[in-house]
Write a protein that binds this ligand. Structure first.
Ligand SMILES: Nc1ncnc2c1ncn2[C@@H]1O[C@H](COP(=O)(O)OP(=O)(O)OP(=O)(O)O)[C@@H](O)[C@H]1O
Ligand SMILES: [Mg+2]
Length: 261
C-alpha cells in the first residue's frame, strides 16, 4: 500500500510540531524516519495512524483518504507499535499477541486467529515465554511482544517507533531482518530509528526530519557526512566495509561538557 502525505501540518496546543510535510512512500518500501530528539518523528507516525489528526493537509493510502474509516477498518490496514507503551493488563504474552487479531474477531477468536497468534509468537522468538505475564518481562522482551501483536493484525502498513531501542544486538538484527523480509513481501514499513548504521543496513528509504520539517528524503545517497552534520551538529566519517556504509561519529568538539562542580 502506497502512502502519500500532502501538506501536512500538526500543532500541539498551538505550537507547531510538523510543518508542510510532503512525502510519498511506495508499497513495500522500508522507510526510516531519522532526526534529532523532538524533531517530530513520533508525531508524524501518530498522524499516519490517525491517533493524531493533522490541523492541515491529508494522508492518502493507495490514493484514498481514510479520514472517515472506523477504527476497526483502519486496524486492518495499519498497525502501530508506539515508542513507549505503559503497563497493560496483566495478561500472558499469548493473550497480548492475540489482541492483535481483534479487528478480525466477531465475538470469539477462531482457530485461524489462534494459529496466526502462535505463528507470530514463534517468528518473534517468544515461544519459551508465551505463557508468562507481560508485565513481568524485560523491556526488550516486551518490545518483541508489541511487534508480534502488530504482526498478528496482518497489516498492509506497519509503523514502529524505535522498535529496536530496547533490544540486544541479536534481537535488533532479528527484528530488522524480519521487517526487511516483510517489506520485500509487500508490507509498507516505516520505523523511527536513532541508530543510523542499523537504518542504512536495512532500510531502503530515509526521511530526515528536523524541527518539524523534512530536511532531506531519498535513498542511501542522502546519508552523507554533510547532511548528518547539519542535522545533528555532529561530525561523522563514513567508511565502506565489504560494500556497506558505516558511520563513525567523531569527537564532538563544538560542545564541551564541563564536569566541574
Ligand atoms: N503530547 C504532547 N504535547 C505537547 N507537545 C508534544 C507532545 N508530544 C510531543 N510534543 C512536542 O512535539 C515535538 C515533536 O515531538 P516528537 O515526540 O514527535 O519527537 P521525536 O522526533 O519523536 O523525538 P524523540 O527522538 O525524542 O522520540 C517536540 O517538541 C515535543 O516536545
Ligand atoms: Mg519519538
Amino acid at each position: 500500500m502506497k502512502i502519500s502525505i500532502n501538506n501536512l501540518n500538526f500543532s500541539y496546543n498551538g505550537s507547531f510540531a510538523l510543518k508542510d510535510i510532503n512525502e510519498h512512500i511506495e508499497t513495500g518500501e522500508f522507510t526510516a524516519f531519522v532526526g534529532p530528539n523532538g524533531s517530530g518523528k513520533s508525531t508524524l507516525l501518530k498522524c499516519i495512524d490517525r491517533i493524531l489528526i493533522p490541523s492541515k493537509g491529508e494522508i492518502l493510502f493507495n490514493d484514498q483518504n481514510i479520514k472517515y474509516y472506523k477504527r476497526e477498518k483502519i486496524a486492518k490496514i495499519i498497525a502501530y507499535v508506539p515508542q513507549n507503551e505503559g503497563n497493560i493488563y496483566p495478561v500472558t504474552v499469548f493473550d497480548a499477541v492475540l489482541i492483535g487479531r481483534k479487528p478480525y474477531v466477531n465475538w470469539a477468536p477462531s482457530k485461524n486467529d489462534f494459529d496466526k497468534t502462535a505463528e507470530v509468537i514463534e517468528k518473534l522468538d517468544l515461544g519459551d515465554i508465551s505463557l508468562n505475564e507481560i508485565n513481568k518481562l524485560s523491556g526488550g522482551q516486551r518490545q518483541r511482544v508489541y511487534i508480534a501483536r502488530a504482526l498478528a493484525q496482518e497489516p498492509k502498513v506497519l509503523l514502529l517507533d524505535e522498535p529496536t531501542a530496547n533490544l540486544d544486538l541479536r534481537h535488533q538484527l532479528e527484528v530488522l531482518e524480519l521487517l526487511q523480509v516483510l517489506s520485500e513481501n509487500g508490507i509498507t514499513i516505516i520505523i523511527a530509528i536513532h541508530d543510523l548504521n542499523m537504518a542504512i543496513k536495512f532500510c531502503s528509504k530515509f526521511v530526515m526530519i528536523n524541527e518539524g520539517e523534512i530536511f532531506a528524503t531519498g535513498g542511501k545517497e542522502i546519508i552523507t557526512s554533510g547532511n548528518i552534520e547539519q542535522l545533528y551538529g555532529v561530525k561523522v566519517k563514513i567508511i565502506k566495509e565489504d560494500g556497506e556504509m558505516i558511520i563513525i561519529p567523531l569527537n564532538n568538539k563544538h560542545k564541551k561538557i564541563s564536569l566541574a562542580i
